[in-house]
Design a protein around this ligand. Structure first.
Ligand code: HC1
Ligand code: SF4
Length: 567
């Protein structure tokens, strides 16, 4: 505990790690490009500098607070210093702001306006570097990079991957994928987390909306949408609503206005996942083999495991992700009527996640060149389409989803938050089906935003050890501890993005822990208000098992060692 003076105002501090945090406590928003509380301190952008009483300048993000300190945040010297940095950055930056995806949300643009930069005293960049659009999820434009290193630290420190790094020296310094390769040729798992911290348009989501517009305008196509659980609690943020507000009815209305023929819920496929994965889990427990069972619904995690821990292949659930189960089921459902009507069904997935684009393109999810999921667009891309069509989202009357795939149980919806898959599986596995059991399950330690959660539950007389991980670095550390014999689990849920899909890289920005928490609140509220809480009680799921899926459980699985799911 101590005190310091910020622009003459006495501010107390206790566990603040740097004076930037103390200054924010004083209600002053210091500019910064490279400070993120969840990443290590880099101190490179020098925008957050402060002046001490002797005229010395230091970066506030890398200076710890000391009792009796006295700093000034907006002196003429600091104003000049910040303008100079901005001018230097702008001189090396390409200037096609009006056509940039980040126009209006770019930190460099925001600070240039805030500091009144009109003339740039230094020359323009001489040549443009090639844009890397090799990845199916992320586009990298080095001409817009300001070398803050946020993406490099995110990829290394939170995701434990290190697909990006600095190369070259001096004025030629660049952020590039490892070994200066293209993004698609390095160990990138397409999680997009680098893009959530990029302050400019240097890293953006691949925009697939043109494909969707084309299909929507083609009468011969039946365009069917599936909406992921996490989209309903975040999309409103782009239209002035609070994070966590549940907008599934408005999304349905917007999609119909855009021209979608059918509007469905990915949550019903999450219900299928719960049933299939629980069955698989119980079978493995009984046989005592291929444990722990790792979940398979997050494609960033699956790719990470394939690249870093290929030996875990048989431990990962054979279940397809809900997105891919839905895609396979929908193509099967319309197969006959498409042939009769001479139409083609196009399945569009609306996801909070950039890695879902990669997942839909995986070889195993195409049959004779026909993909189960034709296009994946993120929450952000859907917002763009809604804006392009001039739809006033906030004013839309809520509409119901279509049947038979528009009904998800609460268990299916909580997939959108870290711990949700585990909670849904527990609801399925507990033989007691009372409402007090539901409450009990929610308190066993599956909920909350911690990156690693552990719990021991008693399922029908048997003790089960579970771990729930989000953030791939956490996953890597947990796996190493399991392999060394320091940890032992029966079931491990992994989500690549910290907090789960609600914090996916395709969600509206800016993201922060408090936004993620509010979105999680929305997901749990949607669960509380849903009449059906357990996957196996969803009548649409029961109808699917008695109809379309009869003898076709193979549609729901990848490679399978048990042979019981074949067609
Ligand atoms: Fe997710 Fe999933 S929860 S992976 O985060 O299992 O993207 O929302 O749709 O597939 O249901 C994402 C979310 C999503 C799948 C489900
Ligand atoms: Fe790293 Fe994920 Fe970005 Fe790929 S998408 S570079 S894995 S943070």
């Amino acid at each position: 505990m101590g005190q310091m003076l910020v622009d003459g105002q006495r501010i107390e501090f206790s566990d603040e790690k740097n004076i930037l945090q103390v200054i924010r406590k004083a209600g002053i928003e210091l500019p910064t490009f490279c400070y993120h509380s969840e990443l290590s301190i880099y101190g490179a952008c020098r925008m957050c500098v402060v002046e001490d009483k002797w005229g010395g300048i230091s970066a506030s993000c890398s200076t710890p607070p000391k009792n009796g300190m006295e700093v000034y945040t907006n002196t003429p010297k600091l104003q000049k210093h910040r303008k100079m940095i901005l001018e230097l950055l702008l001189s090396a930056h390409d200037r096609d702001c009006t056509s940039c995806e980040k126009n209006g949300r770019c930190k460099l643009q925001e600070l240039a306006i805030r500091f009144g930069i009109k003339n740039i005293r230094f020359g323009e960049r001489e040549e443009n570097l090639p844009i890397d659009d090799s990845s199916c999820a992320i586009v990298r434009n080095p001409n817009k990079c300001i070398m803050c290193g946020d993406c490099v630290r995110m990829c290394e420190e939170v995701q434990g991957i290190g697909a990006l790094g600095f190369a070259y020296r001096g004025s030629n310094i660049q952020v590039v994928p490892a070994f200066k390769k293209k993004l698609k040729d390095v160990d990138c798992v397409n999680c997009g987390q680098c893009r959530t911290v990029c302050p400019t348009g240097a890293l953006i989501i691949r925009n697939d909306t043109a494909k969707v517009w084309k299909d929507l305008n083609n009468k011969k196509k039946r365009v069917v949408a599936q909406i992921a659980p996490a989209v309903r609690v975040s999309i409103g943020e782009e239209f002035g609503m609070a994070p966590g507000e549940i907008t599934i009815g408005k999304i349905a209305a917007a999609l119909r206005k855009l021209g979608f023929d059918e509007v469905y819920d990915t949550g019903i496929a999450a219900d299928l996942t719960v049933i299939e994965e629980s069955k698989e889990f119980i079978e493995r427990l009984e046989k005592g083999e291929r444990l722990p069972l790792f979940t398979s619904c997050c494609p960033g995690w699956v790719r990470y495991a394939e690249l870093k821990f290929p030996e875990l292949k048989d431990n990962i659930s054979t279940c397809r992700s809900p997105q891919q189960m839905f895609g396979a089921v929908i193509k099967e459902h319309y197969k006959k009527s498409d042939a009769e009507d001479g139409r083609e069904t196009i399945s569009v997935a609306i996801m909070p996640c950039t890695a879902k684009k990669y997942e839909a393109g995986r070889e195993e999810y195409s049959n004779n060149g026909v993909k189960d999921v034709d296009v994946v667009i993120t929450t952000q891309e859907l917002c763009l389409m809604i804006k392009q069509a001039g739809i006033m989202f906030g004013r839309l009357e809520e509409e119901a989803l279509d049947m038979p795939f528009g009904l998800a149980s609460g268990a299916g919806i909580i997939f959108g938050v870290s711990g949700g898959v585990s909670e849904a599986v527990l609801r399925r596995c507990y033989s007691q089906k009372t409402s007090s059991t539901l409450k009990e399950i929610s308190f066993v330690g599956v909920r909350g935003m911690d990156g690693i959660k552990e719990t021991v539950v008693n399922i029908n007389g048997k003790e089960i050890k579970m771990a729930i991980v989000s953030g791939l670095k956490n996953a890597g550390e947990l796996i190493k501890a399991i392999q060394k014999g320091e940890k032992n689990y029966d079931f491990v849920e992994v989500m690549a993005c910290p907090g789960g899909c609600i914090a996916g890289a395709g969600q509206p920005l800016p993201s922060s822990k408090s936004v993620t928490r509010q979105r999680a609140g929305g997901i749990y509220k949607a669960d509380s208000s849903s009449q059906i809480k357990r996957s196996e009680e969803n009548p649409m799921v029961i109808a699917l098992y008695n109809g379309l899926l009869k003898g076709k459980h193979g549609l729901l699985h990848n490679h399978c060692a048990c042979n019981s799911h074949s067609n």
